[in-house]
Design a protein around this ligand. Structure first.
Ligand code: FES
Length: 165
């Protein structure tokens, strides 16, 4: 017979609702080397920024960023190489074009264009990177939580089912 395990409180994933939730997409080259340098120097940056590594910011598209907002992000930060230093030549330039579109869409949706920001990180510049992450986190904190509230699908379905009864 299978025993029911009790999960200790300290192992439960919990989120402090007063903290902003920020998703940071980081390119593997310029920006990630900056993160490594920030780590080597033991620099502190906002822990509310959850970083996701991509090979290049050229992988970013409107749908991906809007999905992050749909799942409850209060802000999305894009960290890539400086224009002209992108490992894949035009990736960061494509990302800039996407960001321009995303900002328009965020305005239309009522979230405001300030919730998304692209930073071109000089190769291996940990100080610059940590400063920019902290500045963005401060901006999102001032803007407050996103007006979009993430509701897990099961809850929506359960609510819909309840209305049928
Ligand atoms: Fe860094 Fe393209 S490789 S933005």
């Amino acid at each position: 017979m299978a025993r029911k395990r009790k999960i200790p409180q300290e192992f439960r994933i919990c989120r402090d609702e007063s903290e902003p939730r920020i998703v940071g997409f980081v390119c593997n080259w310029g920006a990630y080397s900056g993160l490594e340098m920030a780590g080597v120097k033991k620099l502190k940056y906002a822990p509310s920024v959850q970083l996701i590594r991509l090979m290049c910011l050229g992988r970013i598209n409107t749908g991906l960023v809007l999905k992050a907002f749909e799942f409850g992000a209060d802000g999305v930060l894009l960290l890539g190489c400086p224009s002209g230093s992108c490992h894949y030549e035009f990736g960061v330039d494509r990302a800039k074009e996407s960001v321009a579109q995303i900002k328009k869409m965020l305005n239309l949706l009522g979230l405001g264009s300030k919730r998304v920001h692209l930073v071109e990180v000089p190769l291996g510049d940990g100080d610059f990177l940590a400063r920019r992450i902290n500045t963005f986190e401060k901006r999102i904190r001032e803007l407050g939580p996103s007006p979009i509230k993430y509701v897990p699908t099961q809850i929506v379905l359960a609510d819909q089912a309840a209305t049928l009864l």
